[in-house]
Write a protein that binds this ligand. Structure first.
Ligand code: NAG
Ligand code: NAG
Ligand code: NAG
Length: 444
């Protein structure tokens, strides 16, 4: 039994290896931001209304699967949500997991480069600028911008059902919601909302949600915020006295949560992270190995071009910003609130992948471990006892994975906060194996 599984696992790796060596190597297809070649264009893009009585709408780009292994009508659809709160999923699209990414070339030019680790190799991939007011999305009035996860989910549900309505074939395709960082809030929120809607809707109107995946996510902030000091200390980045000081700063956030003073709790968390930043002097807390921060500003520069906006059907009058302060402020009282109970329902009724880049000091592996073990889920005991396995891609160690039932937890080596940006091919192998349940617990 075990040797058969190993053989299947080996064959799958061999096929993956062959596919990758057959694919053409990385090539630069565009020179300046004023050229956007047709092969890099989304399959569909534009606006999905979120409210029938206003003009508020969520901007999307959709990339159909490049090389599907199933008939299109059965090919999974993945939705990607960026974090923040208030950051655009176009960062995910053009810097992390989309089929073409912006790269810095010599001089002033920005080029698009094919990404062989794209998540749309065998799945359809949708990027949503969420919530309204973010990226190219439209908030008709500032008051309409969500201030809590229920409102976020309501808008996302309208956008997602709107998207599914664009094509008869979308309806039955298995749907997975994915995202990173603050999307650790959004992903469970829309997943939970869909499950609740499905319970009351006739079958024909239900959404075919199969699972959710969250990278370096903020999910149960109170548990996660407490861990920063020990995490930095045992990483060797601060000494014991600094650990004490940081704990004191973190404790303020905890106290404000206990008082129900949510906005002050958010401020206290930010201040504690600033303190950690000041103590360590790192280029970025998102990856303690980096000498310079992630250069996501390239995407902003690219998307501010009128020609690019025209090509992707984005409203030209919108000046693209990587993150919206207005949206960030609207969600200030939401930051420290937990969505753990939503993950618990998703574990019962679908499947959940939590993954983290190893080098992230803000929302890393230890921070996720801390809240996972507090979950009220019948499988938690067995999950915690499950073996943590090596996870390999093309014969090389890619990370570790622990799995029981509907919960998988993966660590990605050689990556910081933006996992697909740092480990494109490994992140692609991870998401494909998880969605398709490939290789069971031996491969992934
Ligand atoms: C990009 O365009 C500039 C002028 O716009 C040109 O000087 C440069 O050689 C081009 N680079 C490539 C790689 O084609
Ligand atoms: C939260 O705490 C701040 C600072 O102590 C205080 O000014 C504010 O009134 C408090 N807000 C609430 C809602 O209790
Ligand atoms: C971090 O350092 C900056 C610059 O020196 C300073 O303005 C800020 O107050 C410091 N923040 C904390 C929380 O120590």
């Amino acid at each position: 039994m075990k040797s058969t599984a190993t053989l299947i696992c080996f064959l799958q790796l061999l096929i993956l290896l062959l596919r990758q060596s057959l694919a053409s190597s990385l090539f630069t297809i565009a020179n300046s931001s004023s050229t956007f070649p047709d092969e890099a264009l989304p399959t569909k893009s534009g606006y999905l209304p979120v409210n029938p009585s206003t003009d508020s709408a969520i901007f999307y780009t959709f990339y159909e699967a490049q090389d599907p292994v199933l008939p299109l009508s059965q090919t999974p659809l993945l939705i990607w949500l960026q974090g923040g709160p208030g950051c655009s999923s176009m960062i995910g699209n053009f810097f992390e997991l989309g089929p073409y990414r912006v790269v810095d070339t010599q001089g002033e030019n920005i080029a698009l480069e094919r990404n062989l680790g794209s998540w749309n190799r065998i799945f359809g991939l949708i990027f949503l600028d969420n919530p309204i007011g973010v990226g190219f999305s439209i908030a008709a009035t500032p008051e309409e911008i969500p201030r809590d996860q229920h409102s976020v989910a309501k808008h996302l549900f309208a956008a997602i059902t709107g998207f599914i309505g664009l094509d008869l074939d979308f309806k039955n395709r298995p749907l997975y919601i994915t995202g990173e960082s603050y999307a650790g809030k959004y992903v469970p929120a829309i997943g939970y909302y869909i499950l609740k809607q499905n319970m009351r809707l006739p079958e024909a109107e239900q959404v075919n949600l199969k699972g959710v995946a969250i990278g370096n996510g903020l999910i149960d902030p109170l548990t996660q915020v407490k861990i920063h000091a020990v995490n930095a200390y045992f990483s060797g980045l601060i000494n014991e006295r600094q650990k004490g000081e940081l704990e004191e700063a973190l404790w303020k956030a905890v106290e404000f949560v206990k008082m129900g003073n949510w906005s002050e709790a958010t401020n206290a968390r930010s201040e504690a992270l600033d303190l950690l930043q000041n103590m360590t002097g790192l280029a970025t807390l998102y990856d303690f190995t980096r000498k310079v921060p992630y250069k996501t500003s390239l995407v902003t520069k690219f998307l501010q071009s009128v020609e690019v906006k025209k090509k992707i059907d984005a409203k030209e009058s919108i000046v693209f910003d990587e993150c919206s302060d207005v949206v960030g402020e609207a969600l200030a009282e939401d930051v420290m609130k937990s969505v753990k109970y939503m993950v618990e329902l998703l574990l019962k009724m679908s499947k959940v992948l939590l993954y983290e880049g190893h080098f992230d000091l803000r929302l890393g592996v230890v921070s996720t471990e801390a809240w996972i073990k507090t979950m009220k889920w019948e499988g938690i005991g067995r999950f915690l006892m499950a073996e943590r396995k090596f996870w390999k891609v093309n014969g090389e160690l890619a990370g570790y994975v622990q799995k029981w039932g509907s919960l998988s937890h993966a660590l990605v080596l050689g990556a910081g906060h933006l996992v697909p940006a740092d480990q494109a091919l490994n992140s692609q192998a991870m998401i494909e194996d998880w969605v398709l349940d490939r290789g069971g617990r031996l491969c992934f």
